[in-house]
Design a protein around this ligand. Structure first.
Ligand code: T3D
Length: 258
């Protein structure tokens, strides 16, 4: 049968495609656990320099598969600890950039996943809905943490309370995504963007992500100390030598060595 996560590695870009298109890629446990495992494997694979998460068909991810909830032998708390929380933590902790390529509607935990990318690329026809309150649940999978940091407490609360649909143009203005690409060239535009990122110094980007993630919950003093530690790690790496050498020789730096 069709895999719930399709994987494709091309030019150092690993694309993980949520693949339950008939349900707008609503998430069941198999999808969530497989996605998390694929991400963890990608972290250890030198050939992967950038990871893209996207959806098959017209949706990105419609959140929890509501057909899968009743009769489940786990509490909500247990289920979040088992599936969604490890996924979001894995994305945040991954030593490589994770792009969420939001090709269509992102709802509920699918919206949380869309927001969890290090860089978020949207198709013109994509949209995001904090849909949880429609079924009288609370936003999870990190939405309560991420969204207010992007749009402030009040706008976040309004989006959550009314389950308003945010379309691409507004998402860009609100800082929910970095770029919007036309629908008909979206997959190619995402691949081209990801390949550009894959040519950047992977080790320095890993440390940059680590420092930024830590700084989001630290004081300025802690961030300054952390920078001083990680700058040493960056400066001791061959990428730094290559970057400076290329600058002096007035040639492009070559950060990809395998
Ligand atoms: O631990 C826990 O379980 C708690 C965790 C919670 C995390 C969550 O994500 S809670 C939120 C769950 N998601 C939703 O409530 C979203 C439900 N879906 C929708 O509101 C709408 O489908 C959308 C707004 C996302 C898209 O609307 P539209 O009109 O573009 O498409 P549609 O016709 O509603 O959906 C197309 C098909 O996908 C349809 O199936 P059908 O009728 O063609 O056979 C629909 O039932 C199915 N589908 C969409 N979302 C889900 C789904 N099937 C199961 N679960 C879904 N979430």
């Amino acid at each position: 049968h069709e895999p719930v996560i399709r994987t494709e590695l091309k030019a150092h870009v690993l694309t993980l495609t949520l693949n339950r298109p008939d349900k707008l890629n609503a998430a069941n446990d198999e999808l969530l656990l497989t996605l998390t495992r694929e991400l963890q494997q990608a972290d250890a694979q030198a050939a992967v320099r950038v990871v893209v998460i996207t959806g098959a068909g017209r949706g990105f991810c419609a959140g929890q598969d509501l057909g899968d909830v009743s009769g489940r032998d786990m509490t909500f708390t247990e289920h979040l600890h088992h599936t969604y929380n490890p996924l979001i933590r894995t994305i945040r902790g991954l030593g490589k950039p994770v792009l969420t390529a939001v090709n269509g509607v992102a709802a509920g935990a699918g919206a949380s996943l869309a927001l969890a990318g290090d860089i978020r690329l949207w198709a013109q026809g994509a949209s995001l809905i904090e849909v949880f309150s429609n079924i009288a649940l609370i936003p999870d999978s990190g939405s309560t943490w991420t969204l207010p940091r992007l749009v402030g407490y009040h706008r976040a609360f309004e989006l959550m309370a009314l389950a308003e649909r945010v379309r691409a143009e507004d998402a860009l203005k609100m800082g929910l995504c970095e770029h919007v690409f036309p629908d008909d060239t979206f997959r190619d535009d995402v691949q081209a963007y990801a390949e550009r990122l894959a040519a950047r110094p992977a080790h320095a980007l890993k440390l940059t992500k680590q420092a930024l993630v830590a700084a989001l919950t630290s004081t300025l003093d802690e961030a300054l100390d952390q920078e001083a530690i990680l700058q040493q790690v960056a400066g001791d790496h061959w990428e730094h030598e290559e970057g400076v050498g290329a600058f002096k020789a007035k040639r492009p730096a070559q950060f990809v060595r395998e």
